[in-house]
Design a protein around this ligand. Structure first.
Ligand SMILES: Nc1ncnc2c1ncn2[C@@H]1O[C@H](COP(=O)(O)OP(=O)(O)OP(=O)(O)O)[C@@H](O)[C@H]1O
Length: 207
């Protein structure tokens, strides 16, 4: 599914991540690393959001290939949206851009409870309400890989259970793979993890 070769990412000439070779197959994978180790940098590179050196191929496609934007979704750890728009504005746009199937957005906003406030301006949201908007955006369309960066932070216990449930269901129904990062241990009784990747010493290795 994912082939990484001679990957390097620098910010202002400062090297933060270097992976000489890494292969990741389909499944649910957990990325573990301390603050600043490079998890979000790797995810943003794979989602085509930031430039990098070397080769990162998802299903033989570069993340910068336009077709890849339908294959890989990314939900950021700490989302930021303009205060003056509503969740409905943002999510309707993303659903359109990702060619979401009919009814999918309505199901997702209902599942996460975003529907209760989605016509209010984002500037009025709590951090957890905002985080759930980002989680909904991660599921829109029919991606083959959904990257959830710190999905369990900021949200309440009920939302965490709903997240476990929808990750398992999306994989079972559509064969979707997931990359998750979390500083908390994931609960094996709620989600079967296929492998763990350690992000440390400016690189990523399979545990
Ligand atoms: N836009 C940027 N400009 C300069 N340096 C950056 C930028 N984004 C990240 N970095 C640096 O890159 C390194 C990796 O950051 P990254 O956000 O990928 O870590 P992380 O593992 O996701 O951390 P956390 O667990 O705290 O979210 C850090 O040293 C960080 O300071």
């Amino acid at each position: 599914m994912l082939e990484v070769n001679q990957f390097r990412k620098k910010y202002n000439q400062h090297l933060v991540l270097e992976i000489s070779e890494l292969r990741i197959s389909e499944g649910i994978h957990w990325f573990v690393g301390k603050n600043g180790s490079g998890k979000s940098t790797f995810f943003k590179s794979l989602a085509g959001i930031i430039p990098f050196e070397g080769s990162l191929l998802f299903q033989n496609m570069s993340p910068h290939d336009q077709k890849c934007k339908f294959l890989v979704n990314y939900s950021e750890a700490e989302p930021k949206y303009p205060d003056f728009v509503t969740a409905k504005d943002i999510l309707t746009f993303i659903a359109y851009a990702k060619k979401a199937p009919s009814g999918q957005l309505a199901d997702l906003v209902s599942h996460f409870g975003v529907v209760d406030y989605w016509e209010n301006n984002i500037g009025t949201y709590s951090s957890g309400m905002l985080k759930k908007v980002s989680l909904v955006s991660g599921f829109l369309g029919r991606p083959q890989l959904i990257i959830l960066d710190e999905p369990f932070i900021l949200v309440d216990a009920t939302s965490i259970d709903k997240l476990y449930e929808i990750v398992a269901r999306t994989q079972a129904e559509h064969g979707t793979s997931f990359f998750l990062s979390s500083h908390q241990d994931l609960l094996p009784e709620k989600l079967k993890i296929d492998s763990v990747f350690i992000v440390d010493n400016k690189t990523i290795v399979k545990q």
